[in-house]
Write a protein that binds this ligand. Structure first.
Ligand SMILES: NC(=O)C1=CN([C@@H]2O[C@H](COP(=O)(O)OP(=O)(O)OC[C@H]3O[C@@H](n4cnc5c(N)ncnc54)[C@H](OP(=O)(O)O)[C@@H]3O)[C@@H](O)[C@H]2O)C=CC1
Ligand SMILES: Nc1nc2c(ncn2[C@@H]2O[C@H](COP(=O)(O)O)[C@@H](O)[C@H]2O)c(=O)[nH]1
Length: 320
């Protein structure tokens, strides 16, 4: 089967209809809420923490809090007390079932719950979707993943997911492809394209974004939101540990399925990296917003989904 990835594609410009890129609207609706940008920092322990999620929510960016070593109940309580959007992650183990029950018992209904496991096309995800629906009814928007095929998207939607997250193995610190031989690493953009054609609900493209222009390409091929790890890690606000190498400051960035995150060497599918520290994540988000406004103007439109209308070429020197 022929496939392509981000670097294999260039979008083709259309006539500009705006006087300034400032007129281009990057906002996107997901569920009941409209967010400033179609991007979300990955729900990884070295990308977000409670404080950063709070600051993102205050500024109307979508966020997904990770599920590792945190008091989810307390987090939801704190965010609700400040009238901020609540967006958490769960797994599929007994403890995760208890968390959902406890939230319901305390009338703490999250706005968004992301079911976050490696192989999301799984009966375990079906059962967790059913459990969340049983406890929360339709009040919670359920994102389920990760998957990499149209049939997985169809199943997850049929089981009741409100959005599916696409991307198995394209991440910067992912070693799934090397360890298992499976995944969308190397053809993530094609996976987004094929999955979004099968989808009747939003798709979140997850992993493999290396430059800001990749966000526009994800939108072009059907993503509603783009989840980003490495590009959002190593900022002043990032939770990763700071390390000094040859007089330069770096932050640690490790996979959720790495030995460092799991605390044990069992089914490891992630590695640790270090990334040079940059400025504030909010400066990066502003630059990304401006670049996306430019993308919309090159698409000949003035709103985000105008990008979907443009044609594209597959570059002849690419891996494709
Ligand atoms: N997007 C991606 O490409 C990937 C992301 N990750 C991230 O790493 C974190 C940990 O993921 P994960 O290990 O799933 O979480 P968990 O350790 O919570 O595992 C979830 C459950 O599913 C089972 N499970 C896991 N993988 C498989 C599989 N391939 N086939 C059948 N059952 C499986 C596990 O059992 P058991 O452990 O006994 O098998 C466990 O009961 C998550 O945040 C995930 O998003 C991990 C890998 C790939
Ligand atoms: N295979 C693995 N994938 C992982 C792991 N931890 C996180 N992830 C995925 O990567 C993206 C971020 O990708 P990036 O290219 O933007 O850095 C993240 O959202 C997860 O889906 C892991 O340990 N193994």
């Amino acid at each position: 089967m022929k496939a392509f990835d981000y670097e294999d594609i260039q979008l083709i410009p259309e006539m500009c209809i705006v006087k300034s890129r400032g007129e281009c609207d990057t906002s996107i609706k997901l569920g009941k809420h409209t967010f400033k940008m179609p991007v979300v920092p990955a729900n990884m322990a070295t990308v977000v923490n409670e404080e950063l999620c709070e600051r993102l929510a205050e500024r109307n960016y979508f966020y997904v809090m990770h599920r590792f070593n945190i008091d989810v109940i307390n987090f939801v309580k704190k965010m609700k007390a400040k009238s901020l959007i609540t967006s958490i992650s769960v797994g599929v183990k007994t403890g995760d079932y208890e968390i959902v029950k406890d939230l319901k018992a305390q009338n703490l209904i999250p706005d968004y719950i992301t079911i976050d496991i490696a192989h999301g096309h799984s009966l375990a995800v079906r059962d967790m979707i059913q459990h969340i629906r049983q406890q929360m009814g339709d009040q919670t928007f359920i994102i389920a993943g990760n998957v990499g095929t149209p049939s997985a998207v169809r199943d997850l939607e049929y089981w009741g997911a409100d959005a599916t997250k696409v991307g198995i193995g394209p991440g910067k610190v992912c070693i799934t492809k090397l360890k298992t031989g499976f995944g969308t690493g190397g053809w993530q953009l094609s996976a987004v394209k094929w999955c979004s054609k099968a989808a009747t609900k939003p798709i979140i493209a997850d992993g493999g974004i290396r430059v800001n222009g990749d966000v526009a390409k994800s939108i072009r091929f059907g993503a509603t939101i783009v989840m980003i790890g490495s590009l959002f890690a190593a900022h002043a606000e990032s939770p990763g540990n700071t390390v000094e190498i040859d007089g330069e400051l770096y932050k640690e960035f490790f996979g959720s399925a790495s030995e460092f995150n799991k605390g044990e060497k069992r089914y490891v599918e992630g590695r640790k990296d270090v990334i040079k520290i940059r400025g504030s994540i909010f400066e990066t988000l502003t630059e990304m917003e401006q670049d996306l406004q430019s993308s919309i103007s090159y698409a000949g439109g003035n709103k985000l989904l105008d990008i979907r209308k443009v044609d594209y070429v597959i570059l002849k020197d690419s891996n494709f």
